[in-house]
Design a protein around this ligand. Structure first.
Ligand code: PRX
Length: 583
């Protein structure tokens, strides 16, 4: 079905402020240097995201503005002004300093979405350390892999999550301290021996801290991301990314001074840090954080209660709202909303049309990745939306569809989505894996791993991943990570994992499993394997479906041919995958 272009000259109709000034600048040879002056820089030189996101507002007339409106799962409400955040993050930086944390140390966070997560995150940056936020749904295996690989020195955790991963802590030689945040005394249990109480340390720490001098190229944040082979890799970012977070916050999210912003992503994933922390606060904008997970009525309630104006969410969430039906939104006043964006997976045109019908606004799709650190391709506020397209490159970004030799494809031709390196929020390395990092750059382009095409007007259209990485509910899952967990089950001899198309989550994880001799492929065994993997990894990452097979197709060198499994699953001719014999 063809969808109409949503023309935006009728901007008033959508209550979107067009931000035309920036848009035109983009067309006229914008360079990132032009924006430099809009960041403060550290007193005495250097750049630190914590200063740009918090301290400079605490020193301005925004000091008493509420930066963070927090609502807990139990309905608790808290508010933090920029001044308060400055005080708390200074205190926490002092706590870390007292523990011997130095510039460049890795400090990891494994917590629910509570205000202390935000305080600790910016405290880490102030101490000059690298912050590594972990998704709170993770089981012990992914946490252990990431802490080991990064050589994290400190872990900040909540009591429940501490309990979940208690078994791995002994096997982390570089981990020196565990700080436990017992939010509002939710846990009545005493601290484990050796653990440090966040509340106790914060109470005695000084609220004066001079930010450790960092340059724009010093590392700030790392997020682990999945590839086809091996365990997830730590994509490392630098403080300079703040520039692009601020700019895209304005250009793409259309943030204005009086906005109330809500980003539904968890800081365990890159959207939750770049756009759930940095973009709103480098712009001095208030935001809402809701601790709980998805529930259609609760989400509408949050929009109504906080009068959310700008909303950044993901296609799976939108499809879940669609599935919950059009009656629920009618019970809420959603008229505060004036602008909505989406990222993480292809946004199907039906979702845009649904937004127009029920909320009277379209969703603006945009594209980026963990590695790119910030939005690179977007449907601007002022741009006509072509439903199904990711939009066009933002100012200062050269994006293209290229062939294997780096030659640009003609409009309509499929190829690798590639970006000219050097944008401010570009990742700087994969932690301890420079070789893998270097392999992503070819013929003068960063090769994203996505397949795409452009149209005659320079809009980009997503086609699919070039590799076996699975995108489930907007989260990338590396099949290797799941296969590794599966074969640890005593009954499993081999496992191959693919993404199976799903109408809501786009893909769900499906495993093909061959059993050791002596095991029967029963439903009980299937349930047991599922439970086993879910406990190790996380519910969203563990296979939703397990199919028993006698053996798995392999290349001559013994690699499991996931694409052949996928072709079979989709009922495609297996001949189509002949080129995959030896990849
Ligand atoms: O395959 C693309 C898909 O998500 C990948 C990036 O995932 P991740 O590194 O977890 O970063 C999430 C933050 C954006 C991309 O390589 N993706 C992202 N946005 C879109 C998308 N696919 C289609 N359309 C999008 N708008």
């Amino acid at each position: 079905m063809d969808y109409p272009v949503i023309t935006k000259p009728k901007l008033d109709e959508f209550r979107v402020r067009p931000n035309l000034e920036e848009y035109h600048r983009s067309v006229q040879g914008f360079t990132w240097e032009q924006l430099r002056g809009e960041l403060d820089g550290l007193p005495g030189g250097g750049l630190n995201l914590a200063h740009e996101a918090i301290d400079r507002h605490a020193h301005s007339d925004r000091r008493d503005r509420v930066a963070l409106y927090w609502e807990g799962t139990g309905g608790e409400e808290e508010r933090y002004t920029f001044a308060k955040l400055k005080e708390l993050t200074d205190r926490f930086a002092n706590v870390l300093k007292g523990l011997g944390v130095k510039k460049g140390d890795r400090v990891f966070l494994f917590m629910e979405r509570i205000p202390e997560l935000y305080v600790a995150f910016f405290g880490i940056l102030k101490a000059g350390a690298i912050a590594g936020p972990l998704f709170s749904a993770f089981g012990p295996d992914p946490v252990k892999d990431r802490l080991l690989d990064s050589g994290a020195k400190v872990l900040i955790v909540t009591p429940d999550l501490r309990k979940r991963i208690g078994g791995i802590l002994q096997s982390l030689p570089e981990l020196k301290h565990v700080i436990v945040v017992n939010k509002n005394n939710r846990s009545k249990e005493p601290l484990a021996p050796g653990d440090i109480s966040y509340e106790k340390e914060m109470a005695s720490a000084s609220s004066n801290f001079q930010i450790v001098k960092t340059t724009e190229d010093d590392f700030s944040i790392m997020h682990y991301t999945s590839g086809t082979t091996g365990k997830p890799k730590g994509a490392v970012h630098a403080h300079k990314a703040a520039l692009q977070h601020m700019a895209t916050g304005r250009w793409v999210l259309d943030l204005h001074d009086d906005d109330m912003y809500w980003c539904t992503a968890d800081p365990g994933w890159v959207t939750g840090t770049s756009y759930g922390m940095s973009a709103p606060w480098t712009n001095g904008v208030s935001q809402v954080v809701y601790e709980g997970g998805f529930r259609a009525s609760t989400w509408y309630h949050i929009i109504q209660k906080y009068r959310v104006t700008v909303w950044y969410t993901a296609p799976t969430a939108i499809r879940m709202l669609m599935r919950a039906g059009d009656e629920i939104p009618k019970r809420y006043d959603l008229t505060s909303l004036r602008y909505m964006c989406s990222v993480g997976e292809p946004l199907n045109p039906e979702a845009i049309m649904w937004g127009l019908r029920t909320i009277k606004l379209p969703f603006h799709d945009n594209w980026w990745q963990t590695e790119t650190g910030a939005i690179l391709i977007a449907n601007y506020p002022a741009m006509d939306i072509r439903p199904g397209s990711m939009g066009r490159p933002i100012p200062g970004i050269e994006a293209a569809v290229v062939d294997e030799k780096g030659k640009q494809a003609k409009p309509g031709q499929e190829g690798d989505l590639a970006i000219r390196p050097g944008w401010p929020s570009m990742f700087r390395t994969y932690w301890h894996n420079q070789e893998m990092y270097d392999s992503k750059f070819k013929n003068g382009w960063y090769i994203t791993g996505d397949r795409a095409r452009t149209d005659e007007d320079g809009y980009f259209w997503f086609i699919g991943r070039a590799d076996d990485v699975i995108n489930t509910a907007g989260h990338l899952v590396g099949p290797f990570e799941v296969e590794s967990a599966l074969i640890e089950h005593p009954a499993v001899a081999e496992a191959g994992v693919i993404g199976k198309p799903d109408p809501v989550a786009m893909e769900v994880v499906k495993a093909f499993v061959a059993l050791h001799a002596g095991y029967e492929p029963t439903d009980a065994l299937r349930a047991d394997i599922m439970r086993f993997v879910r406990q190790k990894l996380a519910a969203g990452i563990a296979p939703r479906e397990i199919e028993f097979v006698d053996s798995l197709p392999k290349t001559r060198s013994g690699k499991i041919m996931r694409r052949l499994l996928k072709a079979r699953e989709l009922g495609l001719p297996e001949g189509d995958t002949s080129t995959l014999e030896e990849d």
